[in-house]
Design a protein around this ligand. Structure first.
Ligand code: ADP
Length: 485
């Protein structure tokens, strides 16, 4: 069975968030299920630079204002189809934003191009590769299914995955014609969203099946509180909507072989975490004080991630004798508040601004606990890495955080299954209570170690989820085949 994955990011070539991790890891996991995945990605400079060699599969005279080529290439173990459209993608830096942090004004056409070409491939216009299923990720790939719907070619199975409903790809309604889509689609039943064109909405409307990245988020997004205006559509499509938890790459996140760690460790040598902790403290300028728990955060700095809850509870962390290390990049106002907190607590609160994959690994290895205080969280990946590194997650009880961390309440502790701390609702008071419970457990070294061992034993890899995706792909592909017959 063959699948086409369509995503605007793919780890390790280009990444701004968890979408890239998933788009990079799922093809490998699906290969083990007998599904050969080719990944269509835009030809950003970072992607083109990573290709050792490539073969031109097809040329296009004019894709929204310029010529383009579809390249076939292998890179980082991935089978890629790269859409090289210099007028759309040959821009350095963030894939969506210019150097001043504003969205590129032509983003509608940049990602319509991705969908247009994906739809062509789905219709079997690429010699030698006719997918049974097209899997579109997030709004950037959403228009694929509108083009397929508008076309008259054969249709394969289609799956739309929502990684974050907050990003919907909304563009002015007037450009519909220039996108090459029929006016009849500009309705509530089509891709119209309050007068605009919704790229994600198009995907949700026309896909055979919709998935999101955790079962709890799949339920949350059907409510007005968390549906971001699309809850009505998602309720209407509830029979084809499901949640499949993300995994992480357990080779990249492996305490036995992680080159970013000062010393490797495993479930039997968890005491070695203290050596990594000492190295981390030295690197971040945190004081070396015995028996002080070190809490970490690795995050985008946006309101979704609830950093303000942590800023509000720093006095409680300090009163409890803890230290805090944060690695993040994002909104300037949040950076200012964090920098102030660090300067007020020298040696006890350290903040590093920027994106640093290596430091993220050392933090997972060296911290005792990882805080993920999101207001909403489709799945979350940092808590999965934390579990695998024996770093107890302290998470808000939302979305995938609720699905992947088992709260250390009395029942779970006595059943021997607890892996971290949940708090809810996501506010400073309940986070404070979670810290208090963590401080109590920290005093009981044997109990803390048991939780660490449970955490390390959590199944955070891709195998289980890949099996669920594979069975979904097979089901939509066979429905599509019977439609064609
Ligand atoms: P989101 O996709 O909403 O940003 P996820 O938890 O799903 O959140 O995925 C975030 C990914 O990016 C994780 O792999 C995490 O380790 C990584 N990450 C986030 N911020 C940073 C940072 N500043 N430096 C290094 N890695 C980061």
């Amino acid at each position: 069975m063959q699948a086409l994955s369509v995503a605007s990011e793919i780890f390790p070539l280009i990444k701004t968030g968890g979408l890239a991790d998933v788009a990079g890891a799922l093809p490998r996991a699906l290969a083990r299920e007998g599904i050969a995945v080719r990944s269509l990605v835009p030809g950003y400079p970072a992607v083109l630079a990573a290709l050792a060699g490539s073969e031109e599969m097809r040329g296009f005279e004019d894709v929204f204002g310029g010529p383009a080529r579809l390249l076939s290439a292998e890179a980082a173990g991935l089978s890629l189809l790269v859409l090289d459209a210099p007028h759309l993608y040959r821009r350095e830096g963030n894939p969506y934003l210019d150097a001043t942090g504003l969205s590129w004004p032509d983003n509608a056409f940049r990602f319509a191009a991705l969908g247009r070409v994906a739809a062509d491939i789905a219709e079997g216009k690429l010699p030698g590769f006719v997918p049974d299923v097209v899997h579109a990720h997030d709004w950037q790939a959403g228009l694929t299914f509108a083009y397929l719907q508008a076309g008259s070619g054969p249709r394969c199975g289609t799956v739309m995955t929502i990684h974050n409903l907050a990003f919907q790809g909304l563009f002015p309604g007037e450009i519909l014609g220039r996108l090459g889509l029929p006016a009849s689609m500009m309705t509530l039943e089509g891709l119209e969203f309050y007068g605009q064109i919704g790229f994600l909405k198009a995907g949700l409307r026309y896909a055979d099946a919709i998935t999101t990245v955790s079962p709890t988020y799949a339920v949350e997004i059907r409510t007005p509180e968390n549906g971001m205006g699309l809850d009505g559509l998602l309720r209407a499509r509830a029979s084809v909507l499901s949640g499949i938890c993300n995994g992480i790459d357990t080779e990249i996140w492996n305490t036995r072989s992680d080159p970013q760690l000062v010393v490797p460790y495993d479930a039997d040598t968890l005491e070695r975490k203290t050596i990594n902790k000492a190295a981390l403290r030295e690197r971040l300028g945190l004081a070396e004080v015995a028996d002080t728990p070190l809490f970490g955060l690795i995050t985008r700095l946006t309101s979704q991630k609830g950093i303000d809850l942590v800023i509000a509870t720093i006095p409680d962390l300090m009163a409890g004798g803890a230290q805090l290390a944060l690695l993040g990049s994002g909104e300037a106002a949040i950076e200012v508040a964090l920098a102030r907190a660090a300067s007020e607590n020298p040696g006890r609160v350290a903040v590093v601004f920027g994106y640093d994959e290596g430091l993220a690994h050392l933090m997972q290895g060296g911290c005792d606990a990882l805080i993920v205080p999101s207001r909403f969280e489709p799945c979350g990946l940092t808590q999965l890495a934390a579990l695998r590194y024996g770093t107890l997650p302290v998470v808000s009880r939302v979305g995938g955080l609720a699905d992947t961390v088992i709260d250390a309440n009395e029942a779970a502790i006595s059943a021997g299954v607890a892996t971290g701390f949940q708090f809810g609702p996501p506010n400073a008071d309940s986070l404070r209570q979670a810290f208090d419970r963590a401080f109590v457990l920290w005093q009981d070294k044997a109990a803390w170690l048991r939780l660490q061992r449970n955490a390390l034993a959590s199944d955070v890899g891709w195998d289980r989820s890949a099996r669920i995706y594979a069975s979904l792909f097979r089901s939509v592909a066979s429905q599509a085949a019977s439609r064609r017959a």
